[in-house]
Design a protein. Structure first.
Lengths: 229, 214
């Protein structure tokens, strides 16, 4: 036969059971919010690592393309073009000297000038950048202009900016940190819920505090999803 | 809800504290992991830039040095011709050729010096390539020093992360022991499990604090 509960005792037990249910709900909510935030932080952290790895890949690709262009202009083309420039200067000076000379000297100087002119005419041909566009006022080779033109042929490679994924990784990392930090109020809510289970007198305040803490954690999690940090 | 015993009160406090310590340690661990990953990534990224700067600046400076050397070589050749004519004698045109080549050499040296003075920015060379070809030894030293600093930073955060993970493991042990205490209740087994759980939690807190000092 079931034991009957006196009416007065039954009335006292009802609020107790209400508090017990509230404490259990608070504990469950705190656990769910905390675990959700932790899982989200873990995903964001993984995305941050991916973005950073992408920055490394892009840096290597960009640097390789840049060095190759510099090598081509300054090591392949530059010395050849400058040797042609020097031959051109020699031809010019020999021709000037021939104009001022007479007799055999004039003939020899003209012949020498012609030799260098023919050399220039023979080797100064495309694809070498020997046109006026790349000649400096002093008669040298404008390597930076050639380099800039060469780089513009591959705009995709010039446009590579490893700082972009770097910044994205930093942003994701910060977000992950804030998400994981938001588990602290959820844990505090768990602590308050646990205390509410066993301490009768401050139970009401413990539950209120716990509810506020778990709400703060949940709100922080939602806000972090929509704002840039 | 019935009146709680002292044992239950201590158990509840410890369980709640376990959650808080776990959250704090998880934050510490994630921070160490993030900072460590970033430092490791930068320490892998910076060598690419260091080598790019070394290669590009060397190619450029070699070109300019060789160009000026070519001009100087031409001048020496022209002077040699003139000296030979003066010493050994010879037709007049040899001296005229020598003088013409000397003037060409002077112009070549002037052209080579002017080439070096061209500002790559004025020709539209992109910023990163510009930085690479104009890199100086102090700039390279600074990049290498930064790369080394990032390696050290990565090591430091890796050590902190490892300690945090160990502290989290202690928290997990504490949680298991407190769970055991809840099952055993206030008997001898329960009290031992409770004490061991508390000890494990204290150790985890201490270990986490130690990780912070690294």
């Amino acid at each position: 036969m079931a034991e009957s509960v006196p009416p007065a005792e039954e009335g006292a037990r009802e609020p107790d059971e209400g508090y017990a249910r509230a404490a259990a709900i608070l504990l469950a909510l705190a656990a769910v919010v905390g675990i959700t935030l932790g899982a989200r932080a873990s995903l964001l952290s993984s995305d941050a690592t991916d973005a950073w790895q992408s920055a490394v890949r892009q840096e290597i690709k960009r640097a390789a393309a840049s060095v190759e262009d510099v090598r081509f202009v300054y090591s392949d083309e530059g010395p050849q073009v400058f040797s042609i420039d020097v031959a051109r200067l020699r031809a010019e000076e020999l021709r000037k000297a021939a104009a001022a000379a007479t007799g055999q000297a004039r003939e020899v100087l003209t012949l020498e000038a012609e030799t260098y002119s023919r050399y220039v005419a023979q080797v100064a041909k495309p694809p070498l950048p020997v046109g006026a566009r790349y000649r400096t006022p002093e008669g040298g080779f404008d390597a930076p202009k050639r380099l800039a033109d060469n780089r513009r042929r591959y705009p995709d490679l010039v446009a590579i900016d490893p700082q972009e994924p770097q910044r994205a990784g930093d942003e994701l990392s910060r977000r992950a940190m804030f998400e994981i930090a938001a588990t602290i109020p959820a844990a505090l809510a768990f602590l308050l819920g646990a205390l509410a289970e066993v301490f009768a007198r401050p139970r009401r305040w413990l539950l209120l505090g716990g509810a506020a803490a778990v709400a703060a954690a949940a709100v922080a999690g939602v806000v972090l999803e929509v704002v840039t940090v | 809800m019935t009146r709680s015993t002292r044992f239950e009160q201590i158990l509840a406090v410890l369980v709640g504290l376990t959650a808080v310590v776990a959250a704090l340690l998880a934050t510490l661990q994630l921070d160490a992991s993030r900072q460590g990953d970033r430092a490791a990534q930068l320490s892998a990224r910076l060598p690419a830039r260091v080598f790019e700067h070394i290669a590009a600046s060397t190619l450029r400076s070699s070109f300019h040095l060789d160009s000026q050397r070519d001009g100087a070589g031409l001048a020496v050749e022209a002077l040699g011709r003139q000296l030979a004519v003066l010493e050994k004698g010879g037709p007049d045109f040899e001296d005229a050729i020598g003088r013409a080549h000397l003037k060409a050499a002077e112009r070549a040296i002037e052209a080579a010096k002017a080439m070096e003075k061209i500002d790559p920015a004025s020709r539209g060379v992109d910023r990163l390539t510009r930085e690479a070809i104009l890199a100086t030894i102090p700039q390279l030293n600074a990049l290498v020093a930064e790369q080394g600093r990032q390696v050290d930073l990565g090591d430091r955060y890796s050590a902190r992360g490892s300690k945090s993970v160990f502290a989290l493991s202690l928290v997990a042990i504490a949680a298991a022991l407190l769970g055991l205490a809840a099952v055993f209740r206030a008997g001898a087994g329960g009290r031992i499990a409770l004490a061991a759980g508390a000890l494990s939690l204290a150790l985890a807190t201490g270990w986490g604090a130690w990780a912070l000092t690294i």
